[in-house]
Design a protein around this ligand. Sequence first.
Ligand SMILES: [Fe+2]
Ligand SMILES: [Fe+2]
Length: 274
Amino acid sequence: MRLLILGDLVGRAGRNAVIEKLPALREDLAADFVAVNAENASHGFGLAPEMADALFAAGADAITLGNHAWDRKEIIPYIAQEKRLLRPLNFPPGTPGAGAAVFTTRDGRKVLLAQVMGRLFMDPLDDPFRALEELLSRHRLGNGLHAALIDFHGEATSEKMAFAHAFDGRVSAVVGTHTHIPTADHHILPGGTAYMTDLGMCGDYNSVIGMAKEPAILRFTRKMPGDRLAPAEGPATICGALIETDAAGRATSIQPLRLGGRLATVMPGPAAVG
Ligand SMILES: [Fe+2]
Ligand SMILES: [Fe+2]
C-alpha cells in the first residue's frame, strides 16, 4: 500500500499549495491513502470547517490536528460529526472528536490512522505511549488491518524516536509533525516500522517556521507585546513522505517529498525493493 502524509499546513500559502497540487500528487504517486496535518491552516492557528472541507475535496482521506486543534472554535462541533478529522489520541477522556480511525481505501483495504502528541516541551497531557498501547490492543496489523500510520505531534526528537522504537513492528510508520522543519532521518527501523522525526511544514520557508519574520524576530529580541504572529505569504513548499507497505503492513520504503517554494525539490521515486 502507498501512504502519503503531509506535514503541518501553515496559513493560506500552505493551504493553497496543497489544495492546488494534491489531486495530481495523489494520482502521480498512486497513493492509496492520503493524510494531511492541518493544525495551522487557519491563519497559522487551528482549522476552520470550510478549510477541512476543501482539503477533503482536494483528495485528503484524513486530516490530523495537534496542539492548535481548538484555536478555531467552530471545529469543535465539526469534529464531533466528521470522523475523518482527528485530534491527538492522548487528550483527556471526554475531549470532543477521536484520536484514531480506521479508513477504507478505494480498493477496500483498511488503514488505521492515529495521532498522538508528545509531552516534552509541550502542554501536559496523558501518556502517548499508554494511549497507543491501548489502541493497538484493539487493532492488530494483519487481522484485516493492512496498514497503521501514526502522526507523532511533538517537539523533542528524542521522544519521537523513543516512541517509534517502542512500537517498532506493530505499526507501519511513525512520522513526526509540529516542528515545521523536515528531518533527513527517514528510514525503516529493524522491526519494519518506517520512521521520520519530522515531515516539515507545507508553508513558506522564507519565515520563522511559517510565520512572517519580523514579528517573530521581535519576540526573541524584545520581551514586550508586539504584533500578532501571521503566516508568511510567499510560495509554499509542500513537505511530507510516501510510505510503502507490504501485505503484512510492514514498511518497505519511506521517501521524503518536498515540492515548490524555497526548498530543493525531492520527489519519491519508483517503489523501492523491500
Ligand atoms: Fe504546527
Ligand atoms: Fe503543533
